[in-house]
Design a protein around this ligand. Structure first.
Ligand SMILES: [Zn+2]
Ligand SMILES: [Zn+2]
Length: 139
């Protein structure tokens, strides 16, 4: 890539790295059952960006996709399993899995989606202050 864009996010193994021409404006907590299963977590942090804003810096060969419902692909790193983004073929949006973003805590939480399927209540969702720890010994 010749563009000098800073890395905006990466997967757990670091094989997939990407930059963003325009950052997401907000994060959504999605509590839908598909997101729970895809993330293996209580909910998903989603951050939509225009598809053309996403610039893959590394890892093209690592990206695999699973069509979880007709026309909707969930794209993940085939080496470490990190969910990277989801997209629908009929929309110009790429929905980032926002926990991969280095600056995720700087984004406002705009809404919670599909709360009727929620496993955990997350009242007044907002990010905490401070840097994100990049350790090697987390579980
Ligand atoms: Zn990976
Ligand atoms: Zn969802």
């Amino acid at each position: 890539m010749s563009e000098a864009l800073p890395e905006a996010g990466r997967c757990l193994c670091g094989g997939v790295r990407y930059a963003l021409r325009t950052p997401p404006e907000a994060v959504f907590l999605c509590h839908c059952r598909s997101c729970q299963q895809a993330q293996g977590a209580a909910f998903n942090l989603s951050a939509p960006v225009p598809r053309e804003a996403f610039v893959l810096l590394a890892g093209e060969a690592l990206l695999a996709r699973y069509e979880s419902s007709p026309g909707k692909d969930r794209v993940f790193c085939r080496r470490c399993g990190s969910p990277v983004y989801a997209e629908r073929s009929d929309t110009p949006v790429r929905v980032l899995r926002a926990a991969l973003l280095h600056n995720v805590r700087a984004l406002p939480v705009q809404a919670q989606l599909h709360e009727t399927e929620a496993l955990l209540a997350v009242p007044d969702a907002q990010f905490l202050e401070g840097p994100i720890v990049q350790g090697e010994s987390h579980d």
